[in-house]
Write a protein of this length. Structure first.
Length: 343
């Protein structure tokens, strides 16, 4: 939670730096005489800040996706282990029932007056030894042979289920270690980001009002399409828009904080579509959409391997959790990977 708080305090620096560069370019447009060394220096500093922020955000995005992916895989493995444990319990119950029938048969042998056979069975050191001795007896009838076969089948089934559970537990331990390593990687990246941006607070704070106004304008434009917003993809976007400004929290999937795939998972769940908390895994859902055929509500993915996702809202824009908050961003960037339609 401490690392989450630190992340929440970092402003949406990429967009802010972009505003700074745009403002400086406008300043330098009217005449060549305005292209003073001071303006050139400020433009260069803003461009350098943008490059630094983009690099840091991409590194953090990749680390966060590794964490999300490992967590989803661990959840899948836990569910598999629970199923294996249940199946093992069922196999044990089946074996206990057939064991009781075998015990009843031994009692019947005793009552029938066959002490030699009974002594041989009672001298067994274990239940497996009972089975082996029973198998050696020449007095077996068809019913006894059938009972023996049942015991062997259920015993084999129980051993198979126990082996499956042991394997699931081993894999679960390995994934738990991967998850912890991914978590440490995210924490290290957060620390690196904070250190790299230290001393640039004033530069970023100066742009904060402009960015807030830009976000408000973009949100107003997106809400203007009221009729369309009643559709299923429209409802997804409406839900996502409610969380503009909510802090970016790696691993987050609730209104207390989202990461990119957590926001997508949460919003789509509200319209009845279940998705995993991993942008890489979300790409396996829906059907591919060409860049020129994008519609609002489509999912847009970035980087290779994929480690960012947003919800397309039209006009080359998307709503996504990035930087330090849920915000509206441009889709067309060099890291664009592809899009999927789930509706």
């Amino acid at each position: 939670m401490f690392m989450h708080s630190k992340m929440a305090r970092l402003w949406s620096k990429r967009a802010l730096a972009a505003i700074a560069i745009t403002s400086l370019l406008l300043l330098s447009t009217p005449s060549v005489s305005q292209a003073t060394p001071a303006i050139d220096k400020a433009k260069a500093e803003a461009a350098a800040l943008l490059r630094l922020i983009e690099q840091l955000e991409e590194e953090l995005s990749a680390a966060t996706e590794d964490y999300d992916y490992a967590r989803e895989q661990l959840n899948i493995k836990k569910a598999a282990a629970n199923r294996a444990a249940k199946e093992l319990d069922e196999a044990k119950a089946d074996l206990e029932q057939v064991q009781q029938r075998l015990n009843q048969r031994i009692v019947a042998i005793y009552k029938a007056g066959n002490p030699g056979m009974l002594d041989m069975l009672l001298g067994a050191a274990s239940f497996s030894d009972v089975i082996n001795r029973w198998n050696q007896l020449s007095l077996l009838g068809k019913q006894d042979a059938k009972l023996l076969d049942e015991v062997k089948v259920y015993q084999g089934r129980m051993e198979e289920k126990r082996a499956a559970l042991d394997e699931q537990i081993r894999e679960q331990k390995a994934l738990t270690a991967e998850l912890e390593a991914a978590k440490k990687k995210v924490q290290a990246q957060l620390a690196k980001q904070e250190k790299a941006l230290k001393g640039k607070e004033a530069q970023i704070a100066k742009l904060r009002k402009e960015e807030a106004a830009r976000q408000a304008r973009l949100a107003a434009e997106a809400r203007a399409r009221k009729a369309w917003l009643a559709s299923r993809p429209g409802r997804v976007i409406t839900i996502a828009m409610k969380y503009l400004g909510v802090p970016y929290v790696w691993g987050g999937e609730s209104p207390r904080g989202f990461d990119c795939s957590g926001l997508v998972k949460y919003c789509f769940a509200k319209v009845g579509i279940t998705l995993p908390h991993s942008s890489r895994m979300q790409y396996n859902y829906g059907r591919p959409v060409a860049r020129g055929d994008l519609r609002p509500g489509d999912l847009v993915f970035f980087y290779n391997p994929i480690h960012h996702v947003g919800i397309y809202i039209g006009n080359g824009r998307m709503i996504n959790a990035t930087g330090n908050q849920v915000q509206i961003s441009n889709v067309w960037r060099s890291s664009y990977f592809g899009a999927k339609r789930l509706f």
